[in-house]
Design a protein around this ligand. Structure first.
Ligand code: NDP
Length: 313
């Protein structure tokens, strides 16, 4: 196992990670970033971003992440592919992070910007057909089902937004809602209810995604009548929320019951000195690109102040 030292190690490359990198690099802290599982983060699987200040005409998610990457690299970010696979946060100013199981980085400070990932139902058929008609990203994969019928499971804002997006491409969208009501905001509910080619099935649980080398349908059960039925679809979308990517930090960092890292109020400080968290890994409320970027800035400033206070910079 090779070993290297870093002043500031940033894990994750979404808006939080890159903003932390821009601030840390401009402060002369020579940050090293490992981009993680999904370089560029969740925005790389989005299309239009219209609510990030500074883009009056909107921008495509992947293009925005390219801009952030270039901006951070302009100030000297050491930007690398690789995934943190284990950590040891027991030695202050010498936190250990294993990358891809073959490299150890010993970092004075660590900025966690590992984000969150889509949740799945946990059905065997869903896993088997993932990428063969099962998807957690309508914007990425909706195009493949143009003119076809699809189903989407979920009842939050994401499910409504994605159902509406799919309704513009697909012949028909069936929304599978497990309770007798939505969780989504009123405006999003109205939008799907008023879209003629979206059918909403309440009290409906997904039992199985059907098909062998592609999705042919979905077997569902009405939770009130107990009746089972099959809906013929070519695409099956899952939009039931996200899980923070924080598993490797458990045992060291305080987290809530879902795995979101707890930070000291108004800061990015975790319970371990020198370890800071930003973006969706610590935010289960706002989860926006702009709030992620804001907390990334906080993490870099907190890391800089911590290094200065410890006489390390
Ligand atoms: P949410 O946690 O808000 O909603 C998840 C939905 O999935 C719930 O309706 C839940 O059902 C359902 N669900 C969970 N597990 C299952 C399961 N096993 N089977 C069937 N259904 C299941 O997640 P979202 O991703 O929708 O939203 C996250 C946050 O982002 C929210 O705060 C949301 O407001 C925000 N957001 C805002 C947008 C906007 O304003 N434009 C767009 C997208 C997101 P149940 O209700 O029964 O628990």
């Amino acid at each position: 196992m090779t070993q290297e030292h870093a002043e500031v190690l940033i894990l994750g490359s979404g808006p939080a990670g890159y903003t932390a990198a821009i601030y840390a690099a401009r402060a002369g802290l020579k940050p090293v970033m490992y981009q993680g599982m999904q370089p560029g983060g969740q925005l790389t699987i989005t299309n239009d971003v219209e609510n990030f200040p500074g883009y009056p005409d909107g921008i495509q998610g992947p293009a925005m992440m390219e801009d952030l990457r270039k901006q951070a690299e302009r100030f000297g970010l050491d930007n690398r592919f690789g995934l943190a696979t284990a950590v040891d946060f027991s030695t202050p100013l010498a936190h250990k992070v294993i990358i891809d199981e073959n490299k150890e980085i010993i970092a004075k400070t660590v900025i966690i910007a590992t984000g969150a990932s889509a949740k799945w139902l946990g059905l065997e058929s869903e896993t088997r057909l993932n990428g063969l008609g099962v998807s957690a990203c309508a914007v990425c994969d909706g195009f493949f089902y143009r003119g076809k019928e699809v189903a989407i499971v979920g009842a939050g804002d994401t499910a409504c937004e994605e159902a509406h997006y799919l309704s513009k491409l697909c012949k028909k969208v069936t929304m599978l809602v497990r309770r007798d009501e939505f969780r989504a905001s009123q405006i999003m509910q109205e939008r799907v209810k008023n879209t003629p080619n979206i059918e909403i099935l309440f009290n409906t649980e997904t039992l199985e995604v059907l098909g062998s080398d592609g999705v042919t349908g979905v077997r569902v059960k009405n939770n009130v009548s107990g009746e089972e039925s099959v809906i013929d679809v070519h695409g099956f979308f899952v939009a039931i929320g996200h899980q923070p990517n924080t598993g490797i930090f458990s045992g060291y960092l305080n987290m809530d019951e879902t795995g979101y890292i707890l930070v000291e109020k108004g800061t990015s400080k975790t319970n371990v000195p020198g370890v800071f968290a930003c973006g969706d890994a610590q935010d289960n409320v706002y989860r926006q690109a702009i709030t992620a970027a804001g907390t990334g800035c906080m993490a870099a400033l907190d890391a800089e102040r911590y290094l200065a206070a410890s006489g390390s910079h």
